[in-house]
Design a protein around this ligand. Structure first.
Ligand SMILES: [Zn+2]
Length: 148
């Protein structure tokens, strides 16, 4: 049976919210997801927050080229450097951008701080709900849905 996770990550990829906010955010999230299990993770280095089986494609945000084959090697290289530097030049149309800004379906991201809900049993947070968590953590958040 597959397991579904909703992950909330700061849009600013190296950002870690102040520790004093962590349990407040966890409690607020558990009220929004009474049936889900809430996890909070802080990583030593930036991690790729993947979408698991929800992966459909990685495309160039400029020309729409399918980058899946190239992306694997680019990710390996960036991983070796602990994702400190995500800057790349797209292989298709030679634009300067970053691995973070590629067009991922379903959405994925990079982060050092992750708030997860396992088996959320409901859909996306509404704009109001996400603003509530953003206010607590003092940062903008992105929702990543992952299935394994
Ligand atoms: Zn391109």
């Amino acid at each position: 049976m597959s397991v579904l996770y909703l992950r909330l990550i700061p849009t600013s990829l190296h950002y870690i919210p102040p520790e004093s906010t962590h349990s407040v955010a966890q409690e607020a999230l558990s009220r929004l997801f009474p049936e889900g299990d809430i996890y909070l993770e802080v990583y030593k280095t930036t991690e790729f927050i993947d979408q698991g089986e929800n992966f459909e494609y990685v495309r160039c945000p400029f020309c729409g080229a399918d980058l899946v084959a190239w992306w694997g090697d680019a990710m390996d290289a960036a991983y070796e450097a602990a994702f400190e530097d995500l800057s790349i030049t797209t292989p298709c149309c030679h634009q300067q951008t970053s691995l973070e800004k590629l067009d991922y379906r379903a959405p994925a991201g990079f982060a050092r701080f992750v708030l997860s809900v396992r088996n959320p049993n409901r859909g996306d947070l509404t704009e109001r709900e996400i603003e509530l968590i953003e206010t607590i953590l003092n940062c903008k958040l992105k929702q990543v849905w992952a299935m394994y």
